[in-house]
Ligand binder design. Sequence first.
Ligand code: B12
Length: 213
Amino acid sequence: MEDYLGYLDRVKRALADLEVDEINPLLKGALEAGVKAPDLLNAMSAGMEVVGRRFEAGEYFLADLVLAGEEMKEGVEVLKPHLSAGDTGGKGAVVMCTVKGDIHDIGKNLVCIMLSSAGFKVVDLGVDVPAEKVVEAVRGNSAFAVGLSVLLTTMVGSIGEVVEALRSAGLRDSVKIAIGGACTTQELADRYGVDALGRDAVEAVRIFSGWAA
Ligand code: B12
């Protein structure tokens, strides 16, 4: 048990300290030792939070953030085969994206991975996505829900644009909408009339599973 937690702690610290060459061998070793992939994903996420705090404290710079983002992506590639439970997307389709004007995708990607390993068909539209693209994807995939990632306070208006576009297309009543990301609050969710706010990828799975039931 101590070993198990030890692995998680080392993964978290490797990401937080930007030890680029460490992370992949560490993840592989941990998987071989029987550490579960979702736990490793959470450990990386916790490491990323430390990176965010260090950036805010002026200890890290933008280049460090980019490096951490790359590290995170590479790590996720190692974990991916161990996360998807041979999923068939049987729980229904969810459209995910980062809203227009925002290019942060680390959190969104984590949510996508967790949702698809929970059995959803995830239609990931990427970053900086205009509202019309969301409408098209909902229609084209008969999606029952939309997940919007928003990290920039200046871009919260993009949430309203998606809600409005779905309403104009006559789809708002058949689709649930969740938001998440650093700058989202319950106040914001209420303001734009979205159905849920999720704090992390685990909560995202809980929210969408509740709607799929
Ligand atoms: C990494 C990072 C970057 C990287 C992004 C790399 C990438 N590929 O994503 C780079 C360097 C490119 C970047 C750029 C910028 N960034 Co930046 N960035 C960050 C940082 C440090 C971490 C974000 C992150 O990845 N967190 C880790 C992930 C795992 O967490 P998460 O995103 O919150 O996601 C989790 C949950 O929120 C939730 N979740 C997320 N989405 C969703 C969706 C749904 C539906 C649900 C249910 C849940 C959910 O689940 C996720 C997993 O647990 C944050 C600091 C912070 N505190 O967030 C600043 C931050 C978001 N950035 C900020 C800024 C200002 C910028 C820039 C404008 C900087 C600049 N001057 O150029 C640009 C923006 C460019 C643009 N147009 O988007 C500000 C935003 C301030 C604000 N409130 O508006 C922050 C808060 C930093 C700060 N304090 O100044 N950034």
